[in-house]
Design a protein around this ligand. Sequence first.
Ligand SMILES: [Ca+2]
Ligand SMILES: [Ca+2]
Ligand SMILES: [Ca+2]
Ligand SMILES: [Ca+2]
Length: 306
Amino acid sequence: MNTSTPRILFLAFLLVLLACTVSCDEIQDDIIEVGLLQIHPVQPVQTVPTLGEDSIQQTVWTILEASIQFPEISYDLALSGDCLFQQSYISLSTGSGECMLGAAVAVSPTPTTGVLTFTVEMDASRVQQVDISSGGDLDGDGVLNEDDNCPLVTNPGQETVVDVFEEEIGEACAFDTSGGVGDPVYFLDNELDEIPDIADNCPFHPNPTQENTPDPSLPAGLPSDGIGDACTESAAVSVSGQTTFSLDVDVDPYVQERRRMLLVLDFGSDLSGMSCNWVAGSCDLDPASIRSCVLNDRLSAASGCP
Ligand SMILES: [Ca+2]
Ligand SMILES: [Ca+2]
Ligand SMILES: [Ca+2]
Ligand SMILES: [Ca+2]
């Protein structure tokens, strides 16, 4: 490169700065626009899993670096803050984050297709499963799991009480929250740690202190995963053996209002493309389950790719 080029660029920058102090309105397309990409993950279907299902209950993915390649030029996208998303199947309030990817983009004046390449790290975790499948008798009380009103507590007599929701539950696994004052107030507490199942972060693992240490790699402010330390099982996710992959995105910055676009990346919101071997501590995500689209506004981005 000609050694005078930086000096010329610097002088040009000063001139733009000077012109801007006079009248910014007169400078429009002559200055380089900053193109912004915002990644907004598709909200997963909010379901609370039935314990015992081999379901993944939380996935965290982190965008480490990203670049976008247009036919004639490519940009490294600067990450603004933590480009990290959390998808939880445990809490009804699904956690998700936003990541803004920015670059000084001298955008092409014609609609074009860019290739977004990014590196992502993913981790999945779930509540450690307890085998209460049909045909077994986990507590050895002679009542098969599927018929047992307290599958973790030996209660061959199957005595019942009526809980706070007016449902019949096993007396042997009912926790009276009244503290002995007045009538009993029963909640189901399967493993008898005195934390009712509905509030227990490990419903089938005794953990009266409910410890749930935040993952130190996660920034503060992300919703808790809702999985107690006593029953957390984690696995790293591979995208078919790679962490970097490319997606085609139709990018038409000039037709976007204020030259912004929202890029939606959907890492398989129902996680049907994810298969985990929890014993080995690894999961595989089929790249075919990842979708992307560019949308005009936040509202349409929140509802996901068409
Ligand atoms: Ca039993
Ligand atoms: Ca039982
Ligand atoms: Ca409990
Ligand atoms: Ca528990």
